[in-house]
Design a protein around this ligand. Structure first.
Ligand code: SF4
Ligand code: SF4
Length: 371
């Protein structure tokens, strides 16, 4: 087994209907699982919430029912935002185990710890609950996924570092020195407390692949490596990182990513400097720093397809195209437009990039609706 391995993130799986996350393309997903296993990898990452709660069941069909339990590892996450009391921990975990068709988790995390959800997790004794599950053998490793600044991470690890095995953090070269995600600082805090690091968002939801042509040219001038390869190598080169998750959406992507990890080359100092320069270049072209995780969508009672609209807005800021306006019209023909935002604020706490979504939607409606 390789030291740092590619983890299969089951949050952006292939879909038969691109607009409906529930429609996982099981045929392509099963082929991807087979290819990934053939390449000698074994780590699958899911959550209660992914694909509108269909990701776990899809994994059961494509993986659990087709491979011996000891041949793969599964990480699942308790949806912190659904916890209302201590008993909910067990209720949700039992649903997760049943959906997956397994008896134990290899890794069990509290999902999306930030400055709001830490209070929910603490009031529902979720950390103590994880510890109990580990003692009972129902979770081999325990921890949390993290979406906030390094100071709070330090506070959480100061309190729970003794019982925590792993922390899943957002780590990529674009966010390495950012003021909001703080990848570098969070990485340093994890190293200080000696916890294993699982990397999520190494490609920032596709942002580090879909870069402007001027940025692509600079990558091509520097080397033949693909842009995705750069992002994965950066994440996998950091100390204490055991798994780099990639939310792969096609067999083609899967093959490319497996190749990067099969012949893994750590980033050199010169390459690190080059990537920091590229991060500055990409930031110049990025209007909204969305990672397209989609967590906000469920919170929005108006049904605004927030990441889709942010994606179009970012595209329009880089390349002003008639097709962006046409796509905006197509999307909002069946779903609420940006101007439907009531500024209720329900989406704010869950945003993994701490974006002021209602304010940004005003920019979107101004651009596409002229309001
Ligand atoms: S603030 Fe706007 S985008 Fe956010 S949940 Fe409320 S209506 Fe939806
Ligand atoms: S706005 Fe925030 S929560 Fe919504 S998709 Fe973007 S990063 Fe995720």
């Amino acid at each position: 087994m390789k030291d740092t391995i590619l983890g299969f993130g089951a949050m952006r799986l292939p879909q038969t209907d691109a607009t409906d996350p529930k429609t996982i393309d099981m045929e392509e997903f099963t082929d991807m699982v087979d290819y990934y296993m053939e390449q000698g990898f074994d780590y699958f990452d899911t959550s209660y919430a992914y694909h509108d709660e269909k990701s776990e069941k899809a994994l059961k069909k494509a993986l659990v029912e087709r491979y011996p339990r000891e041949s793969f590892r599964i990480c699942d996450k308790i949806p912190t935002w659904l916890l209302t009391n201590e008993k909910d921990n067990d209720k949700l975990v039992n649903i997760m185990l049943e959906r997956l068709g397994i008896e134990y988790f290899d890794v069990l995390l509290i999902h999306n710890i930030n400055n709001v959800f830490i209070n929910i997790a603490e009031s529902c004794n979720s950390f103590e609950y994880l510890q109990k599950l580990k003692e009972e053998g129902k979770a081999k490793k325990i921890g949390f996924s993290y979406h906030d600044k390094a100071d709070l991470l330090e506070e959480v690890l100061e309190k729970y570092g003794d019982i925590i095995d792993v922390v899943q953090i957002q780590l990529n070269y674009l966010d390495w020195n950012s003021q909001t995600v703080q990848s570098k600082k969070c990485h340093k805090v994890c190293a200080k407390y000696g916890v294993e690091i699982i990397v999520m968002e190494p490609i920032k939801g596709g942002t580090l692949v879909n870069v402007a042509d001027s940025v692509k040219e600079q990558f091509q001038d520097y080397s033949d490596a693909s842009i995705a390869e750069w992002a994965l190598r950066f994440a996998g080169s950091q100390n204490n990182v055991s798994i780099v998750l990639s939310g792969m959406g096609s067999l083609e992507q899967m093959k490319e990513n497996c190749e990067t990890f099969n012949e893994f080359k750590p980033i050199t100092r010169d390459e690190h400097r080059f990537l920091m320069k590229m991060a500055r270049e990409i930031k110049k072209t990025l209007a909204i720093d969305c990672s397209y995780c989609g967590y906000c969508v469920k919170e929005c009672e108006m049904g605004i397809p927030i990441p889709d609209l942010f994606n179009l807005y970012n595209g329009e800021k880089v390349y002003s195209l008639v097709s962006n306006h046409a796509n905006y019209g197509t999307i909002t023909a069946t779903k609420a437009p940006a101007s439907a935002c009531t500024e209720c604020g329900s989406c704010l706490d869950i945003c993994t990039q701490q974006l002021d979504i209602p304010e940004l939607l005003k920019d979107v409606s101004k651009l596409f609706e002229g309001i």
